[in-house]
Write a protein that binds this ligand. Sequence first.
Ligand SMILES: [Zn+2]
Length: 438
Amino acid sequence: MKNLFLITFITILAFTACKKNNERTTSLPYDPPGATITTDKEITQQHKRTFYFSSDGLFISNEFEGARLNDVYRIEPFVYEAVIEPENAPVNNSAWYAFMTWSDYPQTITLILKYKDGTHRYIPKLSYDKENWFPLEDERIKIDASKQTAQLELNIGYDTLWVAAQELITSSVYDKWEDELAAKPFVEKREIGKSAGGRAINELLISENEAANNYVIFTGRLHPPEVTGFFALKSFVETIADSSEIAKEFRSKFNTIVIPLVNPDGVDNGHWRHNIHGVDLNRDWVKFNQPEPRAVRDEVNRIVKQNGKPHFFIDFHSTQEDVFYTMTLSSMLDDNLTESEKEKVKEGYELVNKWLSNLQKRFPDYHVNIVDTLSKKTSPTSDRWFQKTYHIPALTYEVGDETDRQLIKKIANGAAIWLMKLLNEKGTLNRTLAKSGL
Ligand SMILES: [Zn+2]
């Protein structure tokens, strides 16, 4: 009874707090309770260490960027249990794990992943060099969701074997990729802010026309395990920076801003979902309590103050399947908008439809999966902030966890080409209008 009173009291308090700020935020259907509360929450840091089990001559370690392994027990010879916990709970079920292992002599072990606050989600990916990855065969995995376990059969030897939920794409991998792109004369890399844990939040600016004030903006990795979203962003951005005529024309009309790693602390600490303050960074775009979304917002606002014009926004994520989360026209139109803003919204809406239907025509064997039911006006997500603030088309590009990596690359390449084509036409039109004084 006491609890009930307390819950009622907290609910009333929370409701009052929301009303006071006149900023209602909507939880998305898969959100755990409290996801839209974005003030700092406590997290548990994992203890970094290397375990050595002398009786089997086996080493297991979490001493690397992106690792997640909270504890390991030897149950019997060659059978181990590895405890995997999230940074804090409640949390979405994105049960990230990553560890490395080697042994004094070749052996096959059974390793039981025992999850706390979640169940097995990702097919284990294995690598001997952290660059080339291969999935563990189906017959070597036994999942028991009721026990929150996944039993893996692993061959261990002298060479270090990395086992991870997805390919390890941590801040040092981003740095290398960003530096490679920044070697091109029309790509500039710069730091726009620091994460809560003091890591750099970097931006790539792709531009071949100093005078151009049109901008497209892409962000990624707000959620640490969402590596396939990065693969799409990478292919997309590389297409914009390549030597095709379409890309050259695009770069002469539009500047591209890319913030590929918005949550570097979460990624490097092997988090399931949150930043180092225990907060879901894609639920903080109303309150802006966390430094990472703030850095992105401030950078875009700075550009706009200098007469920059945002035209398009994509936030890259991952989920169980490929999805383009778009917005309904009615959710974007507001009575407060001026007639010209309404026109802009409608134009943007049509542009998105045209873009995705062109993509479908280009890849008839691939299903361009468009879902527009999730995003509400009050949604505290990045896409909604961009849409509401600048009346531009803004969407979330979700890539399936296990979508074939070559297919991700191919579709994202096609998506970038079609978007550039449409925006190139628009850019030409804008120029003609500007010249004719309309
Ligand atoms: Zn996500």
